[in-house]
Design a protein around this ligand. Structure first.
Ligand SMILES: Nc1ncnc2c1ncn2[C@@H]1O[C@H](COP(=O)(O)OP(=O)(O)OP(=O)(O)O)[C@@H](O)[C@H]1O
Ligand SMILES: [Mg+2]
Length: 321
């Protein structure tokens, strides 16, 4: 499954809040870095916990190194705006003066898509930066804002291109739009959970992406799938043992509790499978299931997901058999 991402230099990750979007962003970035690539993980303006998940302190301006092959940075809206305006005015000073102008500030505040456009433009610039293999990013993995928002976000260049029609800015927006719309160049990954609402929203996200950005999702990472508490082919055996435990005398009470716990875990597992199927039947991109990892902190979860993405099938898994 990583092959689909390895062939794209730009990878945007989206999903509803709290589904593990930042964890997945960090894990994809780290998995690619561990495959020998030079990777930049990007937070877009707002704090997204990405730095904490990667256990790194972000620096002003330059990307911060996380581990071999992996860096992280935050693309701030204001810096991105200065960068964009800079492409049309003679100096940084003039560019900063423009955005600090009172009238211009009101305009930029009133036009939120200006921020979104600038951030995308800055991400593209990072991608184009560095002309030697040792300084060039093989992949840039971006933690986008929550779902509904992400479609608007990725659709902004086309909207602006349509509004301006001609001129340098329209051309610039058109170029970025065409790239985002090309599924062979840019990956859009959705993180989701095997639950009713997140699955429904992910299906809608795929449709909205087709409508607004004229392209589909590259893949869905269905996160936090519960594992079966026992091998699925043992279900009948489990039912018999459970019935036996329920009818056993006093010492059996503890056994009965353990049985109830396993029965509950089995229900979770089956429910997750059900929603995984609903999702797989509705979207026309690959769906990769990621296990629920019972780790103490976010950075260890990122490590586990990263190893899992690279095919190291859950070496320290609780249920490894
Ligand atoms: N596969 C997993 N197994 C166990 N825990 C996970 C898994 N994926 C994510 N988590 C945990 O879920 C929590 C939320 O993850 P994360 O911050 O990545 O979500 P998010 O979608 O980016 O949230 P937000 O909307 O706040 O940005 C974190 O505590 C993270 O460690
Ligand atoms: Mg997040």
């Amino acid at each position: 499954m990583m092959e689909q991402l390895e062939s794209k230099r730009l990878i945007f990750v989206t999903g509803k809040g709290g589904v593990g979007k930042s964890t997945v962003t960090a894990a994809i970035a780290s998995a690619l870095a561990r495959r020998g690539k030079r990777v930049l993980a990007v937070e877009t303006d707002t704090y997204s916990a990405l730095a904490d998940l990667l256990d790194v302190k972000l620096l002003e301006g330059a990307p911060a190194m996380v581990e071999r092959g992996l860096w992280a940075t935050n693309v701030r809206a204001e810096d991105a705006l200065v960068h964009t305006i800079r492409q049309f005015v003679p100096s940084d000073r003039v560019s900063r003066a423009v955005i600090h102008n009172r009238v211009a500030r009101v305009f930029f505040k009133a036009a939120p898509s200006v921020n979104e456009f600038s951030i995308l433009n800055k991400v593209m610039a990072l991608r184009d930066e560095g002309d030697s293999p040792s300084t060039r990013w093989d992949h840039i993995v971006v933690d986008l804002p929550a779902s509904g928002h992400a479609v608007t976000f990725l659709g902004v260049p086309r909207t602006l291109n349509g509004m301006m029609r001609v001129g340098g800015f329209a051309k610039m927006a058109g170029k970025i739009a065409s790239e985002i719309e090309d599924p062979s160049k840019v990956a859009v990954v959705a993180a989701a959970l095997p639950e009713e609402m997140p699955v429904k929203e992910t299906i809608e996200l795929g449709q909205q992406l087709e409508e607004t950005v004229r392209r589909g999702l590259t893949m869905v990472l269905l996160n936090m799938m519960h594992e079966a508490p026992f091998a699925p082919e043992r279900e009948a055996l489990f039912d018999r043992v459970r019935a036996g435990a329920a009818s056993a005398s006093t010492p059996g009470i503890e056994v009965e509790r353990v049985m109830e716990g396993s029965a509950l875990a089995w229900e979770w597992y089956e429910r997750d499978l059900k929603y995984a199927k609903v999702l797989k039947d509705a979207v026309d991109c690959p769906v990769l299931e990621l296990p629920m990892f019972y780790e103490a902190d976010g950075a260890s979860v990122v490590d586990r997901v990263s190893a899992y993405l690279n095919g190291e099938r859950d070496p320290g898994g609780e249920l490894a058999s």
